[in-house]
Design a protein. Structure first.
Length: 142
């Protein structure tokens, strides 16, 4: 960062607001790549990334792409979506997302954003039936 003495020498300051949902979707598409299969992913991730700025979105998307390229696989949408929910300070590029975190992710998409189960299934690469158990109450009442 620059100190106050340097900032005084700049006659103008430009402030950029946080990106809206549409811009987050466009940024996500840009940083994930032109693969048409990422269209649904860009929409879902834009919903989950409220409060992230463009640099955060870039960092998460590029980390996911690097991890996928390193493993010679496609991007793991469970890990990317979980990272987006946790914010950029905790990027998850390997390992499995826990069942409770998967539940939290699916509940956020269904309850907070009204996303249909079929669209969530397409995004995460699972069947619609695989989404339903995550929405049922558990034994501990959650």
């Amino acid at each position: 960062m620059l100190d106050a003495a340097i900032w005084r020498r700049f006659p103008y300051k430009i402030s950029f607001g946080m990106p809206d949902r549409h811009l987050r979707e466009v940024l996500r598409s840009h940083f994930l790549g032109d693969d048409p299969s990422y269209e649904v992913a860009s929409r879902m991730l834009a919903l989950l990334s409220e409060g992230l700025n463009g640099a955060d979105i870039q960092q998460l998307a590029l980390a996911a792409r690097r991890s996928a390229a390193h493993k010679d696989e496609s991007i793991n949408m469970w890990n990317l979506a979980y990272s987006v929910m946790r914010q950029p300070q905790d990027i998850v590029t390997n390992g499995d997302v826990s069942v409770s975190d998967k539940r939290r992710l699916i509940e956020a998409l269904v309850q907070e954003h009204g996303v249909p189960k079929a669209e969530i299934a397409r995004f995460l690469g699972v069947t619609r039936q695989a989404i339903s158990p995550y929405l049922k109450p558990t034994d501990d009442g959650n």
